[in-house]
Ligand binder design. Structure first.
Ligand SMILES: Cc1cc2nc3c(=O)[nH]c(=O)nc-3n(C[C@H](O)[C@H](O)[C@H](O)COP(=O)(O)OP(=O)(O)OC[C@H]3O[C@@H](n4cnc5c(N)ncnc54)[C@H](O)[C@@H]3O)c2cc1C
Ligand SMILES: *[C@@H]1O[C@H](CO)[C@@H](O)[C@H](O)[C@H]1NC(C)=O
Ligand SMILES: *[C@@H]1O[C@H](CO)[C@@H](O)[C@H](O)[C@H]1NC(C)=O
Ligand SMILES: *[C@@H]1O[C@H](CO)[C@@H](O)[C@H](O)[C@H]1NC(C)=O
Ligand SMILES: *[C@@H]1O[C@H](CO)[C@@H](O)[C@H](O)[C@H]1NC(C)=O
Ligand SMILES: *[C@@H]1O[C@H](CO)[C@@H](O)[C@H](O)[C@H]1NC(C)=O
Ligand SMILES: *[C@@H]1O[C@H](CO)[C@@H](O)[C@H](O)[C@H]1NC(C)=O
Ligand SMILES: *[C@@H]1O[C@H](CO)[C@@H](O)[C@H](O)[C@H]1NC(C)=O
Length: 585
């Protein structure tokens, strides 16, 4: 969620110091493999080593006589990414692409807002809040209903389970929904502070049932399972790539920027990629794929790369003079889980003092058994799914997700702020991502268009009733958590986006929980807005797939790391089925 909210400055100094001591590699060392790559041929090239890319690299290299090349613009996942308590620290580092939105009138007070995107092996799963959430069954049934055969819940559940190594016996005993023994460790954090306990109890008081929202029922409250084991982050790199790095048929290259997909214009067949060194742009070469090029560059990276390669909307390609391979609605249909800052409880005591107890916390976190505040992400582990009055009351299909994040007390603020962060789960607003330059290092133009649809505003505003109900609970009253009612966003906020408090807030950045998706929409061939078909192949182009969060036709009702890994698991099986006639999953 938001970096500036976590006042970690002494910690940050320490981490920066340690990292600079350890990181002795020079750019030249890192780039030498790039020269060797020039002109080589692999069966599959995977562009982007993020949540999806690492899963694909693992599953495709299971076929021993296939050669796999995984390419990643960032570096190796640094050791400090392991520590859950450092959440937010990485946003100001090389682990984040540090994109920004194009300023829009309503959000961000007319200024640009940061768009956090992970960079490095593991991608956004290196820096995310680690919540393991699958969304709602009906989300997938609806994907299938749009013509995406095979994507209904019944058909995707086995792929969630295939990844999973569930560590909590009370959850894993439900074998209809969970499994053990997969690459991805999932379990509750070893540490829950009192705010976590009190929040969970307060929800229960106002009628929220304790649920496993990844099983039978989603509506309710849960101290969430997260992608972790023994208090260490399980990014997709840690889970899927690290254990198989030694396989002979896989080559992983970091610090490489893919600038273009090579596509034969007559047959419209992808046959390789062009790249430059991320740190040495004088290196400018090509590498070839005999079977497929797979884009796993994320909801920002994948559409941008398609457009630069001649696959995109006519108006974008023509204006920039990019030779068109295929006109498709690339970059449209952008969806995200947005919020607005302002609703918070004031809490006096908060024992999860990441700043003041540096020594104590590092001792608690030391091996072998990692414990204490650093082994968790504070209140971020509490997640509720709720139905406002606008949701259908007789089905289990919540319309609001509620998250929490602490702003530690500071010189300016005597009290800690416990932020109440509601997001409309299935927003109706649609944004877009586009480019206005052919220079591969020019930033993408991101127009989120948040709250442009009245439904999103209506549901969002209604969710603050829950904030008020929580304030009325015995749990909150005894713990002395007081809602600042005068800070609750009003309709006026959304209409003008121009509230003086918003404009002046240093912490104004809390507006997205960064679930960007939908920009290479999956849909059948009669869906004119679709970019990939239900087997994730780009419409009208051969040997080119997109496999990452960008293919979601519409956002699922929850966080999207686990769904993205599921998409990659299913994608890998579809690739195997396509190339190996005898393949059975
Ligand atoms: C701050 C934050 C918190 C989040 N919290 C949660 C959470 O708690 N739970 C949850 O489920 N989800 C969370 N998410 C969302 C989730 O992590 C992402 O949606 C998911 O990781 C996206 O996976 P992906 O494979 O589509 O893209 P990514 O994981 O972003 O991977 C894309 C990769 O491609 C690389 N790449 C891009 N372009 C190029 C290029 N031209 N050449 C070479 N490489 C390239 C990138 O460097 C990156 O490594 C969070 C996201 C953020 C940013
Ligand atoms: C891999 O091996 C199998 C079985 O030996 C064979 O059928 C297949 O054609 C081979 N694939 C490649 C890419 O060589
Ligand atoms: C592209 O858009 C950005 C942001 O709006 C702008 O600053 C830049 O000048 C534009 N570049 C071109 C080449 O139009
Ligand atoms: C909270 O309690 C106050 C005072 O008892 C009451 O006026 C108010 O309606 C309650 N609000 C909610 C949302 O329950
Ligand atoms: C808050 O949580 C702590 C730790 O579980 C517990 O001891 C305390 O009773 C809780 N307070 C309230 C008001 O629920
Ligand atoms: C409550 O919110 C109002 C309006 O944003 C603000 O002026 C006030 O300082 C806040 N009070 C506290 C105690 O934080
Ligand atoms: C925002 O408010 C300021 C001061 O109240 C005003 O000058 C400005 O025109 C407003 N901008 C918008 C976009 O409403
Ligand atoms: C596409 O065709 C399917 C049947 O093949 C149909 O159910 C669906 O409504 C069509 N979609 C569009 C957008 O025309």
């Amino acid at each position: 969620m938001n970096g500036t909210c976590m006042a970690v400055s002494p910690l940050q100094t320490l981490i920066t110091l340690v990292t600079s001591l350890i990181n002795t590699q020079t750019p030249e060392d890192l780039n030498s493999p790039l020269q060797l790559l020039n002109g080589a041929t692999f069966d599959f090239i995977i562009v982007g080593g993020g949540s999806a890319g690492c899963v694909l690299a693992n599953r495709l290299s299971e076929i021993q006589n296939w050669s796999i090349l995984l390419l990643e613009a960032g570096g190796e996942e640094p050791f400090e990414a392991d520590v859950p308590g450092f959440l937010g620290y990485s946003y100001d580092t090389r682990m984040n692409w540090q994109f920004e939105t194009v300023p829009e009138e309503i959000i961000c007070g007319g200024k640009s807002c940061p768009v956090v995107r992970g960079k490095g092996l593991g991608g956004s799963s290196d820096i995310n809040a680690m919540l393991y959430v699958r969304g709602n069954k009906l989300d997938y049934d609806n994907w299938a209903h749009l013509g995406n055969t095979g994507w209904d819940f019944k058909n995707v559940l086995p792929y969630f389970k295939k990844s999973e190594n569930n560590l909590d016996p009370d959850i894993s005993k439900d074998t209809k929904y969970h499994s053990t023994g997969g690459y991805l460790s999932v379990g509750r954090f070893p540490y829950q502070d009192t705010a976590v306990q009190n929040l969970s109890a307060a929800f229960n008081e106002i009628g929220f049932k304790y649920v496993d929202f990844n099983a039978e029922k989603q509506t309710g409250i849960m101290i969430s399972q997260v992608t972790q084991e023994n208090g260490e982050r399980f990014s997709s790199n840690r889970a899927f790539l690290k254990p198989i790095r030694k396989r002979q048929n896989i080559k992983v290259v970091t610090n490489i920027r893919i600038t273009k997909i090579l596509i034969e214009p007559k047959t419209k067949t992808a046959y390789g990629i062009e790249y430059v060194g991320e740190k040495n742009q004088k290196i400018h070469n090509k590498v070839y794929a005999s079977k497929e090029v797979i884009l796993s560059s994320g909801a920002v990276g994948s559409p941008v790369l398609l457009m630069r390669s001649g696959i995109g909307p006519k108006d974008v390609l023509d204006v920039l003079g990019i030779k068109a391979i295929k006109y498709l609605d690339v970059g449209r249909n952008l969806q995200d889980h947005a919020t607005v800052p302002g609703s918070y409880y004031m809490i006096r005591k908060y024992e999860d003092t990441q700043v003041t107890n540096l020594l104590m916390n590092s001792i608690l976190y030391s091996r072998p058994k990692r414990q204490g505040p650093w082994s968790a992400t504070g209140t971020t582990q509490v997640v509720a799914f709720a139905k406002t009055k606008y949701a259908s009351q007789n089905i289990d299909y919540p319309d609001i997700g509620i998250y929490f994040l602490i702003d530690a007390a500071s010189k300016e603020n005597e009290l800690n702020k416990l932020n109440f962060i509601p997001t409309v789960l299935r927003p109706k607003s649609r944004g877009k991502i586009t480019i206005n330059s052919t220079d591969p290092f020019s930033p993408p133009l991101i127009y989120p268009n948040y709250f442009s649809h009245p439904y999103d505003i209506k549901v969002h505003l209604e969710s603050y009733k829950i904030a008020e109900e929580l304030a009325n609970t015995t749990s909150f009253k005894l713990a002395n958590y007081k809602l600042n009612v005068s800070a609750l966003p009003t309709e006026e906020y959304f209409k003008t986006g121009n509230n003086s408090e918003w404009r002046d807030l240093a912490n104004f950045r809390l507006f997205s929980i960064f679930h960007l998706s939908g920009t290479c929409k999956m849909g059948p061939s009669n869906d004119t807005s679709a970019v990939v078909d239900p087997t994730l192949k780009v419409h009208g182009v051969k040997q080119l797939r997109v496999i990452d969060a960008s293919i979601m036709p519409h956002l699922v009702s929850g966080n999207i790391n686990a769904p993205t890994m599921m998409i990659a698991e299913k994608g890998a099986d579809m690739i195997k089925k396509f190339w190996i006639k005898t393949f059975k999953k």
